[in-house]
Ligand binder design. Structure first.
Ligand code: FES
Length: 171
């Protein structure tokens, strides 16, 4: 079947079987190897991508149902300011996130920051069971989410102020 995907802001037209896993298409057809496949059953998070902005275990998804979807892989996400908001905090805490766990780690923290207006221990605790395979404490992960969220809010406010300045300057 013919499938159109928008991967990392680029349109791709593929001729492939619709039952193939999205993870395999990303790796084998598009060469996006940051998407790993380990358990193949939705448990380990190695294959995580964003699909329409939501976390998606790409090993569980047949590519045929993703017609016209927007997919973001870690190759692209790791070049964004959203990623930098989080990695700044991770670096300041001298934390070592193992390479193959980075997509899951950063995509999940990003999702917490995007979806929770006020980061508190109470309203984020349910997310941390997702990090069971990491050796980081709840307190550390909570601190990253909280600090990265503050950095992001400040950055966005500055970007808006800059845009407003440019607009007023043009008048
Ligand atoms: S490969 Fe483990 S969740 Fe997809």
């Amino acid at each position: 079947m013919r499938i159109k995907l928008y991967v990392n802001d680029k349109e791709h037209l593929l001729n492939t079987h619709g039952e193939r896993r999205l993870s395999d298409v990303l790796r084998e057809d598009l060469g996006l190897l940051a998407t790993k496949v380990r358990c193949g059953s939705g448990k380990c998070g190695a294959c995580i991508v964003l699909a329409e902005g939501e976390l998606c275990s790409s090993c569980l998804v047949p590519v045929g149902i993703m017609q016209n979807s927007h997919i973001t892989t870690f190759e692209h996400f790791s070049q964004t300011r959203d990623f930098q908001d989080i990695s700044r905090v991770v670096k300041s805490l001298n934390m070592n996130v193992p390479g193959e766990k980075e997509p899951f780690f950063y995509f999940t923290l990003n999702s917490i920051i995007n979806n929770i207006q006020e980061i508190t221990p109470e309203n984020t605790v349910s997310f941390y069971k997702n990090f069971e395979n990491f050796s980081f404490s709840f307190e550390t992960l909570y601190q990253i989410a909280k600090q990265a969220s503050a950095i992001r809010k400040k950055r966005i406010a500055e970007e808006i102020a800059q845009l407003n300045q440019q607009r007023t300057g043009k008048r």
